[in-house]
Design a protein around this ligand. Sequence first.
Ligand code: ATP
Length: 588
Amino acid sequence: MGGTVEVEGLSKTYGSQNIWHDVTLTLPAGEITALLGPSGTGKSVFLKSVMGLVQPEAGSILIDGTDMVRATEAMRLEMRKRFGVLFQDGALFGSMNVYDNVAFPLREHTKKTEADIRAIVMEKLDMVGLVGQEHKVPGEISGGMKKRAGLARSLVTDPEIILIDEPDSGLDPVRTSNLAQLLVEVNAATDATMLVVTHNIELARTMPDNLGMLYRRELVMFGPREDFLLTDHPVVSQFMSGDPEGPIGMSEEVDHRRDEPVDLTPAYPGGTSILTRHAGARPVEVLPRQLTPKSGRPRPAADRHRERVSSGAAQLYIAPDDETDRARSLPRKGLVTRALTSVGDLFALGLDAIRSTFRRPFAVRELLEQFWFVVSVSWIPAMLVAIPFGAVIALQLGTLTVQVGAQSFTGAASVLAVVQQAAPIVTTLVIAGAGGAAICADLGSRRIKDEIDAMRVMGIDPVRRLVVPRVLACVFAAVLLNGLVSVVGVIGGYFFNVVVQGGTPGAYLASFTALAQISDLWVGEIKAVIFGFVAGVVACYRGLNTAPGPKGVGDAVNQSVVVTFLLLFFVNFVITTLYLQLVPGKGA
Ligand SMILES: Nc1ncnc2c1ncn2[C@@H]1O[C@H](COP(=O)(O)OP(=O)(O)OP(=O)(O)O)[C@@H](O)[C@H]1O
């Protein structure tokens, strides 16, 4: 049987926006519970809080004794292995076909053979009617198929708690009913605790054992279907009948701002229920029929639920009308506080990436793919920039040394300028502009498609799986390209100094060997390592923290490139100053 989820006094804010506060409810073990509410009332935020993906400011979420609010990320990753989650659009990984998507949690968390994995995957695909479609990638299947594939993936590890975000979104009524029936069959077969977020009235009437409703930042009602569906609470009955008249308006923001209390007198006096109104002239005094498994398999949760209702253990909760709490608004964090928080989070991600580099299993394939990708998009621009850069430095220094009568130092000055300064900066600017921007866009679009959250709820750490390979790819690519850019820059400088400005080849090389030392060459590569690391961490940080929507991804890419450039010049200044102070020049 699935676990019990006990939510106590839970509150969540975003900036100054109070999403909901003091939410208290219990998801009874093995039963199906639906959470309803108009758009924007924070149903998805609540679901993510239960998964530990969103951090509420107050309250607790106890799952068999573990508090998801206070648990460390490592504990949450472990707890989430007990969850199966179906996101709104399935949150399938776009780079894998349906089969690999469904097999993913088994490959990550079990030592099963491929033959065993195949048997489980095909059984789940059969359950959701997707046999024959397993070789298609998410871009080739319909919204409904994505949902069913997401459901199959959420079931492969036999989860104890199944969380489902809007199973009906984007589906026609028949497929919605089929999916609801499928969820009931799954509940009968697994006895898992299920929480379904929806605003589909038919689904809410026929599927769950318990229902709750969020409205105007609070849980207005929660309890067994037998009571909830027969209530005359104006908010609940308006919502359940889809009536445009009533306390629920066009937008949650406007509803929030209204300061008058909700009128709790029934809109339809005389004890008529929402069901009566649904049936028009024919009064219906009984509950709508609840879906039962067509397989004929008994649903143990239904018996336990009946028992709880008849013994009086299951009670309907109705929120008191409390205006003061509702009107509460929180102070917004200042710009400086937000900037400092971002810098702190960026550092924390950098440290986490270093720590996670030494954790197993290491995503070698992802590293190789990312390294190849970063090098392939960066090497041509890097080379094209290196030649004029080397030439400009050689011409400038060549002219200057002639002016002061020190032509014999031209070689040393140009090579050191290219190797120590120009090459690492050029390389990393190109890596940040080409590779880093693409990494940021990739992670950002995965985030807005819920792929990152899907990974976390499967108990997989995105830092180990996604960030470490990308950061290391940037570091290795920076070292490799820095070497190439140095060579091309030095050759370019030699060509312009010796061929164009008439310098002597022997003097060019002799001055270099006389004045430069091996550490001068090393410092360039050390800079490349550090700059590559900075470019990779900033790109991943902005990608993983992208705001919702395509504009959010665009903004994140822009900020990632700008922030990397600023950091690079600052870090270069610090390293150069330290090097020149700490390492005496040859012959100094
Ligand atoms: N990461 C976030 N940052 C800031 N605000 C957020 C974030 N996620 C959600 N919100 C805000 O929280 C509120 C509730 O959003 P949520 O998606 O939970 O609503 P919902 O009830 O699931 O709506 P719908 O039924 O339309 O999906 C919205 O105002 C949304 O803008």
